[in-house]
Design a protein around this ligand. Sequence first.
Ligand SMILES: [Zn+2]
Length: 256
Amino acid sequence: MVAGRGVALKALGKELHLPGVKAAVLKQQWRAVEELPKKRTVVAKLVKESRGRWAWRPRSLREIKRAEKKCGQKISSGKELMDAWNKRELLRDKASASKWYRENTSSGFGVPALSVKFPELARGWRSVLRIISGYLWTVPRLVRAKLIETQDAGCIFCGDLRGETEDHMLLHCKAWTTERELTEALAGTRPNGDSYKVALRRANEKERRGLLVWAAALLEKIEAKRQATLAPLKITRRRGRSPKDEVLLPDYHAAP
Ligand SMILES: [Zn+2]
């Protein structure tokens, strides 16, 4: 399972039935507000003295109330509040992920429309769709997936010791400087800042169109060179003899 970066991590938490931090805290707050005043120790006294807007009890009560309101349902236990908050977070993640996907794939400015307009960038568009729906196959990802093998921890294309990341590939890798210049001339733009995805998120429709064409053109241009470097590192699987050897066919032509 692939974990990391927002939505995927949330999905992992869902699979393993792990509540988010905020949800777990709400449950504990509920419990404290409910249980602590009943204690027969000094704690009960501390609870009574917990006054003022920012003391823990008034604050917890306020936060619980706010969470209940946001969840839009009547809550009767800490566990219920935790579950409701979790559900709300998951729905919101889904909504923001689908908004991101919709913005970059539908409408006249999305990838499908653009790939019709620039069919010569076919492989590039495929990679752009990978960026939008997940991630590019960087070298560390290929290694983790056991598709290639390399002892080199740095970027195998330019030697940068920090290794290849999506943004290193797109924005910084020295191996693709020429391609990047050609791409900028073709697309008439380039992403600002240190993250392509952040630049894409911040762009308006028109800018986004330019950034998508930019990425498709760059990824199309560097694809062949990447493949040439990666090919010798590919892991080929050999499991003993090939199946053909194991089937013993009767020899019909042998003399009796
Ligand atoms: Zn590099």
